[in-house]
Design a protein around this ligand. Structure first.
Ligand SMILES: Nc1ncnc2c1ncn2[C@@H]1O[C@H](COP(=O)(O)OP(=O)(O)OP(=O)(O)O)[C@@H](O)[C@H]1O
Ligand SMILES: [Mg+2]
Length: 158
């Protein structure tokens, strides 16, 4: 198990962090994002996509719920469960099957689905602080994700 909380000082920090993690994603990976409205989930998802090599701009999926992007390193699925019944939606859309077939996926409002039944996600929870532009991100995952710890720690030292 890996657990840690890191400070993201600014929007740029969040973007750097997303890009660095996106570069390390492998087929079948799921990144689960939690946090209040405006916490930074979409911002982070967009940066993950960029780091993964998606060159098209990733839009906020809030109104469409799921969108796929294809890049050189594979399919990147961006999903937002804010408006839907999470578990049922994921079942109906078959997105977990796509992930099992090798896509990577980032999910906003992931706490609305019981991902752990079928997957081994990197869970990131975002939170604002009293400082303008600052966010805390709590990271929780199985040992399979241990490569992300040095990525967070390196950024923390910048
Ligand atoms: N350090 C930071 N990290 C991320 N976003 C930041 C940061 N500082 C300021 N922001 C701003 O906070 C907002 C985050 O919005 P974003 O859409 O990413 O949140 P969200 O968690 O996806 O919200 P929602 O639940 O409504 O989808 C953006 O306007 C962004 O510019
Ligand atoms: Mg969002």
């Amino acid at each position: 198990m890996i657990v840690g909380t890191y400070i993201l000082d600014s929007l740029l920090d969040t973007e750097r962090c997303g890009e660095a993690l996106g570069a390390g994603l492998r087929p079948g990976d799921i990144v689960a994002l939690n946090g209040h409205l405006g916490a930074g989930k979409t911002t982070f998802a967009r940066s993950l996509a960029r780091g993964f090599g998606i060159t098209r701009r990733v839009t906020s999926p809030t109104f469409i719920t799921v969108k796929s992007y294809v890049g050189e390193r594979g399919t990147f699925i961006h999903c937002d469960l804010y408006r839907v019944d999470g578990p049922q939606y994921l079942r109906d859309q078959g997105v977990l099957d796509e992930v099992e077939a090798g896509a990577v996926m980032v999910i906003e409002w992931a706490e609305k689905a019981n991902l752990f039944d079928r997957a081994d996600p990197l869970v990131l929870s975002f939170e604002s602080t009293s400082k303008d532009g600052e966010r805390l991100v709590r990271c929780e995952a199985s040992g399979r994700w241990s490569w992300v710890t040095p990525v967070f720690e390196r950024l923390q030292r910048l």
